[in-house]
Design a protein around this ligand. Sequence first.
Ligand code: F55
Length: 833
Amino acid sequence: VEASIPEPQREAWKRNQPEDFKDKDGFERAVVRHVETTLARSMFNCDESAAYSATSLAIRDRLITGWNKTQQRQTYRDAKRVYYLSLEFLMGRALDNAILNVGLKDVTKAGLADLGFRMEDIISQEHDAALGNGGLGRLAACFLDSLASLNYPAWGYGLRYRYGIFKQEIIDGYQVEVPDYWLDFNPWEFPRHDVTVDIQFFGHVNKTINDQGKTVSVWEGGETVVAVAYDVPIPGYDTPTTNNLRLWSSKASGGEFDFQKFNNGDYESSVADQQRAETISAVLYPNDNLERGKELRLKQQYFWVAASLHDIVRRFKKSKRPWSEFTDQVAIQLNDTHPTLAIVELQRILIDVEGLEWDVAWDLVTNTFGYTNHTVLPEALEKWPVGLVQHLLPRHLQIIYDINLYFLQKVEKAFPKDRDMLRRVSIIEESQPKMVRMAYLAIVGSHKVNGVAELHSDLIKTTIFKDFVQIYGPDKFTNVTNGITPRRWLHQANPRLAELIASKCGGNSFLKDLTQLNRLEAHAKDPNFRREWAEIKYANKVRLSRYIKEANGVTVNPAALFDVQVKRIHEYKRQQLNIFGVIHRYLALKAMKPEDRKKQLPRVSIFGGKAAPGYWMAKQIIHLINAVGAVVNKDEDIGDLLKVIFLEDYNVSKAEMICPASDISEHISTAGTEASGTSNMKFVLNGGLIIGTCDGANIEITREVGENNIFLFGNLAEDVEDLRHAHNYGSHSIDSDLDKVFGEIEKGTFGAPDDFGALIAAVRHHGDYYLVSDDFHSYIQTHALVDEAYRNQDEWVSKCITAVARMGFFTSDRCIDEYAESIWNVEPLVVRE
Ligand code: F55
C-alpha cells in the first residue's frame, strides 16, 4: 500500500500500459527486440538456444500482464483462495504450454518460420523443470493447469530446488545418476527479493506471563534461515486467469556470509554457515514411495511450510478480517504428508503469536486443511523420530503432544473399553525410538482425507486408517479419482490427433469439457476416420523410432506392436514381470521353426524410468532389461520380431513423445499397491490400449471404456493377503513357464547369472511378495490375446477410438471441481472483461 502511486499520477500509468502483441508481426517484433536488446545478439549470431530465449521472453511478456491482472482481481474481489502445498511440482517444459494456453500456436509457428526457425526445434531447446519424482509431482502440475483453466483463485507453494530429479545415464546397462542443474537460464521464474520470511530452527521454549496475565510459550534462540520467494506464472487455457506458483529458496540470514567471522579469520565457518543455509533448498530427494527420515528432509519440510503459512497469514491479515473468517478466505490442501507440519505451524501462529484460545484456534486449523493420501505402502508412510523433532522444532513437538493428548482424550471417551485403540491411533508411536506418525497427525488436523482412486480410497478406509473411520465416521474420508490435463497430454503431446478429434467434436471445446469426446464414438467404425486415426498413430511411432535409432542405435520397425512401460522403477510396479514376460516371448520365438516364426507379430518392448539411487533391486531390474536387450536386439534369428529398448532418462517431455506412440502400455502393479496411476490415463487418451491389473484407476478406466477395450489380468486385491500367507507358510511352487525363464537367465544367456540372482531369489526364496509368479501365467495369456487383437487392425483401431471417446472422466478439471465442491468450498472467480 505504501508504494502505491497517488491518484493524480495514475493516469500516466494507465496511458502507458504495455500492449500485448496479437499477430505474427507483433510476435516477430517482440522476438527480434529481445534478441537484440535483452540478449544483446543479432541475426548474425542467433542460434536455436538464443531463439528459444527470445521466444520465451516474448511469450512471457504476454503472461505477465494477465498474471498481474489476475492477482489484482483476486485481491480486489476478496475471494477465498486455495493453497496447494506440494514438495514436488513436476512441471516439464513451460514454453509450449504457455503458447497453447494463451492461444498463440499459429502465430508463433508462422512467426518463427519467418525468422528462420522451426517451432518444434525451438520448443525442444527448453530444459524440463523436473522438481518431482513421478506421479505425485506430476499430479500437482496437472492440478495447477486445471485450477488456472477453471479460474479458481489458487496458489501453489513448493521448494525451488537448485537440483531437480537427477538425470539418468545408462552406462554398460547400469543406471548412473548425474546432477540436474536446471537454473542456468530460466525465464519462467521471477525472484521476489523483497518477499522473504525468516525461518527459525533449533533453540528452546520459555514460558512467560504476558500483559494479560496469561502463560505463553516463547520459542527462542537457535538459528535463522531466510526464505526468498520465486514466482512462476501458471497460465490457464483459453482464459485470462494466470495463477501463481511460489517456490521458496533458502539463503543465509545476515547477508552473503558473516563478515564478523570473516574478519576474525574464521573464513571457513563463515562460508560454511552460508552453505548450510543454502543446502536446505539445494536438492530434491529422489525417492518415490519411500521415506528415509533424513534430518535435512525434515528441515526442507518445515522451511517450506513455515514460509508458505507466513505468506498465507500475511495475506489474510491484510484483509483486516477477524480470525473467525479465516476459513472463508483460506483452504489448504496437503499433497501427501510431506507438508503436515503446516497443521502444527498454523496452530502455533494462532495460539503463540496471535493469542487465540487453543480450541478456537484448533477449530480454524482443522477446517482449513485437507489431506490427500497417495499410498498404502508401509515403507512410504512418514514417521519422524521424536528426538529429531524435539531438537529441530522444540515448540512444535510440544504442540504435537497437546494435539495428541486432546485427541486421545476424545477417543478414550468414545471407546472407553478399548485400551489397544489408544495405542494404535496415537500420533506418537511408542517404539524405540518414539516416532511421530505424520499420516495420523494429518488426519487429526484436517477436515477431509481423500484417496486418489476408488479402490485406493476404499483400501485406506479398511486398512491403514480403519480406526480413524471408527473414530470420525466415514464422511471424513472421501475419494477424488486422479485426472490429467488434456491440454498438455493431448493437444500439446499429440497435436495431429487433437486436430482430428476437433474435426469431429465441433472444434477445441473438448479441451475444456473432456466429456465431449463422446462424440467420437459415432465414428469408431467409419473406415475413413479409422484410416486417418491409424495414420496419426503410425506417424507418432515413426517419430519415436527415429528417436530410438538416435538414442539407442537400434533400428525398430514402426509397423511392429509398440509395447510400453514407462514409470519409476519399483518392485511393486513390476517391471520385472514385464521383462520376464519378454524373455518368455524370446524363448518361444527361438524354439519355433523359421516358417512358424514368420507368422508371428513383430513387437517392440519399450521401457523407461528412474530407480531411486539407493534402491538396489530397482537398479538390478534396469540392468536385466538392458542385458536382455543387448542379446535379443542382435539375434539374427529374431530380427524385427522382438526388440527390447530401455529409454534413458524418462521425464515429462519424453513422455509427451512416448505416450502418443504406444499401441499397448503396461500398468501391471500387484493388485492393491498402485494408489491410482495417471500414465494409464495418458496412454488411453492418446489412442493406445492398456494391459493392466485390477488396481488403482485401471478399475475405473475399465468401467468407463468397457471391458472389451482393455486387457485385464491377474489376482485381485482381496486375494493378495492370502496368497502372501500361502507363500510363506504353505508350499510355494513357481509357475513352470517362469521357471524356464529363470533357468535361461541362470544359464548365462543374458550375461553373468549372478548379476540377476537377487531378482530370481525374490520370487523363488523370499516369499514373492509382489506375486510375480502367481500372475505370470495370466500375464502371458493376456499378451497372447493382445497379439491376436492387434492382427485385426480395423477392430483394434475401433477399440482405440471408442476408448478415447469414453475418457472424458479422467480430466484433472473434473478432479479440481470435485475438490473445490467437496473439500475446499471455493468457487471459480468469473472473469468479466
Ligand atoms: C515421493 C516422496 C515420498 Cl517420501 C513418497 C512418495 C513420493 C511419490 O513420488 N509418490 C508418488 O508419486 N505417488 C503416486 O501418486 C500418484 C498421484 O496420486 C498416483 O497416481 C500413484 O499411484 C502414486 O504411486
